[in-house]
Design a protein around this ligand. Structure first.
Ligand code: PLP
Length: 223
């Protein structure tokens, strides 16, 4: 595991690359938010990132996040945490209680359960609809053609705070067409936020309009 100085240096490098990519795209650097994906890494690595000024994090499992973040959130009230992994309905209550955004809304049943939980808890984390842009059978996310119906249910009927779309392109394909597809859908549905781009392709995602990039390995090292 790396020490604090290494991590701060890698974070600074990623931030500089985000700023340059935004500039190349004719966008403002502060229009792109860096989510540090801390899954599998311990609270000490997260604390090092916080010390380097990083306050936005992402985890892909509810239970793992519950083991690390409640204390960090108490100590750092400005810390924000996004869920970027699939969400089972039986974990929806825990997710609503802990996360500030849930990026994996991908089916009607989950929208209904989240609406009920938000009502009950009086907490309203931002939601992103995850789109399976590559129509991969093993991957979470709503198919592009089903996105509009899910949005109608979640945003218009259930009045959920849907702010944007999220995708994870197939690993064996160039990501740019998937980013473009997601950006097209977001524009069509008038959704301001686009969560796309990881360690290997966040600059291309910024070119295509990403407002949130999700970077793990390039900050924390190999998992
Ligand atoms: C792990 C993960 C990331 C980060 O991936 P890296 O390649 O390590 O940057 C981004 N998004 C999701 C949904 C993830 O699960």
């Amino acid at each position: 595991m790396s020490n604090t100085a290494d991590l701060a240096e890698r974070l600074a490098e990623i931030r500089a690359r985000i700023a340059r990519a935004a500039e190349r795209a004719g966008r403002k650097a502060d229009a792109v938010h860096l989510i540090a994906i801390s899954k599998t890494h311990g609270a000490d690595a997260i604390a090092a990132a916080i010390a380097a000024g990083q306050l936005l994090f992402g985890e892909n499992r509810v239970q793992e996040a519950e083991g690390k973040f409640p204390r960090l959130k108490l100590a750092h009230p400005a810390l924000r945490l996004h869920l970027v992994g699939p969400l089972q309905t039986n974990k929806a209550a825990n997710a609503v209680a802990l996360f500030d955004a849930i990026q994996s809304l991908d089916r009607p049943k989950l929208a209904t359960v989240l609406a009920k939980e938000m009502e009950k808890q009086g907490r309203r984390p931002d939601l992103f609809i995850q789109v399976n842009t590559g129509a991969e059978p093993q991957k979470a996310g709503v198919l592009p053609g089903d996105c509009e119906a899910l949005l109608k249910l979640a945003r218009d009927e259930l009045k959920l705070p849907v702010v944007g779309l999220m995708c994870i392109p197939p690993v064996d394909q160039p990501p740019a067409p998937h980013f473009a597809l997601l950006a097209d859908l977001a524009r069509r549905f008038n959704l301001p936020q686009l969560s796309m781009g990881m360690s290997g392709d966040f600059e291309e995602a910024i070119q295509a309009g990403a407002t949130f990039v999700r970077v793990g390995t390039a900050i924390f090292g190999e998992r």
